[in-house]
Design a protein around this ligand. Sequence first.
Ligand code: ZN
Length: 258
Amino acid sequence: MILTTDNGTPFYRFENLAACADIGHGIFTRNAGCSPPPFNSLNVGHGIGDDDSRVETNRRTIGRCFRGAELVYARQVHGRQVIILADYPGGQGATPHPAAPVVGDAIVTDQRQKYLVIQVADCQSVLLYEPVRQAVANLHCGWRGSVQNIIGRTVETMVLHFDCSPANIIAGIGPSLGPCCAEFINYKAEIPPALWGYKDSTDHFDFWSISRDQMVQAGVAPENIESSRICTRCRADEFFSYRSEKTTGRFAAVIGLR
Ligand SMILES: [Zn+2]
């Protein structure tokens, strides 16, 4: 990934997505925001103990990096619901009201200037772009998302709803819990045997590889998938990590059509 700064706000970009002129995207760090510890400092998550007005200030800081665009947040629930932005009640082009955000863990749209935001602290954000049909998706994938294959469901939604071709999709897997830190001592109760092949002898799972393989199974070309390979728990100085800190903020992953 490439580290960029806009008006003093640092964020990362995937090299493959940064080469696409029709989209904007960024993986923000936990730094350069206004929230005090333990939410220091660029926390975009409401409802986790941080002051709402500070969260809104942080969200405006991120918004300034995508001038003219509207940022769309979802209420994430570790489920498998894929939100199609064009289908939101209110009709084509309607945007969820901030007080009543849409509920779901993946958002797909073909609308320009609607930038999709996923909030994470150890879970993966996965950014998808289909340049021929001009559609983008952003999804939240923790272990529950991996078990429910929300990645495959999101690619399927892009195909069914926007006529996308999986082979055209360009993808980025954001900073998240790496195989170094993803220990699941209760894996027999939580994770189905089909995924046990991604576990090492110390019960650590490689969710980065699970996501890559789920994308390939959905038809995405391996060479179009870029993984940040940054572990949030190892790099809690730069990213929020739930496993590292328990009470902590959420950092933002953003993608949208210009
Ligand atoms: Zn780690």
